[in-house]
Design a protein around this ligand. Structure first.
Ligand code: GLV
Ligand code: GLV
Length: 327
């Protein structure tokens, strides 16, 4: 008999069809977000699951589902997984690195441009029928080219953004990260390592691309915002919770920074009401990786991880390879 696999959210039908050749599939093509109770009830007896950021896999799920062996996340981030609990339970986690890097870096730049140049504010004004004349300062924003781009978190996506800024827009790129890049990568990205304080003080545009971890919670809060230039913009394509959204809304309202572009939010899909009330913020619904080819590649890689591990014993992109032991 085929192993049972739960596909916890809707995916491309042809990817589902591939999985059906290997597994007894229970799929959620209605795409409801299951409650934790429903998730546990559905995962009972399953060997694997394809998840998204909406499904939390924690000690409670793992202890209720002892037959579970792999959770394949259709995302590069995996803060919906309690990895220490998965390690303790011997459950493999996989993610989708690599396939979304350039698409997500493109989006970071799109959000930066829209934010600095007030593109969505201008569009709302036009659609509301309020455009009656040209004015010298109508939606005058901040320049992007030739300015200083600060990047917090210098993984693959951060490097993609650095290259775009340095090579395409003539920006001076500074970054802060837990560890420094190699001299070769720093040269390739034309990026200079600085302290977090210098990053906050010097950036004209600050891009957040670090993975979420408890240590990164509110990495940008009241004190950090206070160091930024009043003309600075902030872009978050990383994860909700890295920015203190209430503190950010206050800083935007009081003009302590110029504008923000946000693709991720604390408690999403809820958005802090104070952010919805300020005009100088561009808001998008967690779509940084959402190009058609990249979302297909992410679904395919998540599915391929399930087959590679449950059928062939060797996952492609494990997060916690230590659970494989010497199998
Ligand atoms: C999306 O946020 C991802 O982690 O891939
Ligand atoms: C994700 O791919 C990252 O390392 O930024």
């Amino acid at each position: 008999t085929k192993p049972r696999v739960v596909v916890a959210r809707a995916v491309y039908p042809d990817v589902l069809a591939q999985l059906q050749t290997y597994f007894d599939i229970q799929a959620n093509q209605d795409d409801e977000v299951w409650s934790p109770e429903r998730l546990i009830a559905t995962l009972r007896g399953a060997a694997g699951t394809l998840t998204t950021g909406s499904e939390r896999i924690d000690a409670e799920v793992l202890s209720a589902c002892p037959e579970l062996r792999i959770c394949a996340n259709m995302a590069v981030g995996f803060n919906n997984f309690d990895v220490p609990a998965m390690n303790a339970a011997g459950v493999l986690a996989t993610n989708t690195p690599g396939v979304l890097t350039e698409t997500t870096a493109d989006f970071g730049f799109a959000l930066l441009m829209a934010t600095a140049r007030r593109i969505t504010e201008g569009e709302h004004f036009l659609r509301a029928g309020r455009w009656t004349k040209w004015s010298y300062d109508l939606f005058a924003g901040q320049d992007v080219h030739g300015t200083t781009l600060g990047i917090l978190g210098m993984g693959r996506i951060g490097q993609g953004i650095a290259r775009r800024g340095a090579h395409g827009f003539g920006m001076q790129v500074i970054y802060h990260n837990r560890s420094r890049l190699s001299p070769e990568l720093e040269a390739d990205c034309k990026a200079r390592y600085v302290s977090k304080d210098e990053l906050l003080r010097s950036a004209d545009h600050l891009m957040l691309v670090l993975p979420y971890s408890p240590a990164a919670h509110h990495a940008i809060g009241e004190a950090e915002l206070a160091l930024m230039k009043p003309t600075a913009t902030l872009v978050n394509i990383a994860r909700g919770g890295i920015v203190d959204d209430a503190a950010l809304a206050r800083a935007l309202r009081e003009g302590r920074i110029a504008a923000a572009g946000l693709d991720v939010f604390e408690g999403e899909p809820q958005v802090h009401p104070d952010l919805l009330a300020v005009p100088n913020v561009v808001l998008t619904p967690h779509i940084a990786s959402a190009s058609v080819p990249t979302r297909r590649a992410m679904a395919q890689l998540a599915a391929d991880n399930l087959v590679a591990f449950l059928v062939h014993g060797k996952p492609l992109t494990p997060v916690n390879p230590e659970v494989l032991g010497d199998r």
